[in-house]
Ligand binder design. Structure first.
Ligand code: I3S
Length: 124
């Protein structure tokens, strides 16, 4: 992950903004609403923060979305958005998130890192 705000410490990865929309919650379709979110990848969770300040706060607030990666599936998709570089995470509870960044190499880095986190947390 490039850029002045990025970090990669203690296995955490992130500190930059991704476009995110949750299109399904426990199998129930949601209205698409793309939002730029500060994103942090933990070993088995992906966290989305509205405010950058919250990243370093001790406790996430109510505006933080936590995506559990154990048993999740990640895939590149083209049919659910007209945007480029969109991938989908489907959680083991049936929530679906679309994630998008204009820069392909940034999108690809996030895809790979999330895929690795899914694979290792699902194996564990
Ligand atoms: O899958 P959709 O419904 O074409 O997604 C678009 C809508 O969410 C649209 O908002 P409205 O429902 O208020 O028209 C968004 O502005 C678009 O960005 C969505 O399409 P993309 O292709 O950007 O995911």
């Amino acid at each position: 992950v490039g850029g002045a705000t990025a970090f990669e410490t203690q296995g955490d990865f992130g500190g930059e903004q991704l476009n995110v929309t949750k299109i399904s919650e426990r199998g129930k379709k949601q209205r698409k609403n793309w939002t730029l979110m500060w994103s942090v990848l933990k070993s088995d969770q992906l966290l989305f923060y509205k405010d950058r300040q919250q990243i370093t706060a001790l406790k996430p607030d109510g505006r933080t979305d936590v995506v559990q990666l154990w048993g999740a599936v990640i895939e590149w998709i083209t049919e659910k958005s007209s945007r480029k570089n969109v991938f989908q995470i489907t959680t083991n509870t049936g929530s679906e998130y679309l994630i998008q960044v204009d820069n392909f190499s940034t999108a690809n880095k996030w895809y790979d890192a999330i895929k690795r986190a899914i694979d290792s947390s699902t194996k564990a």
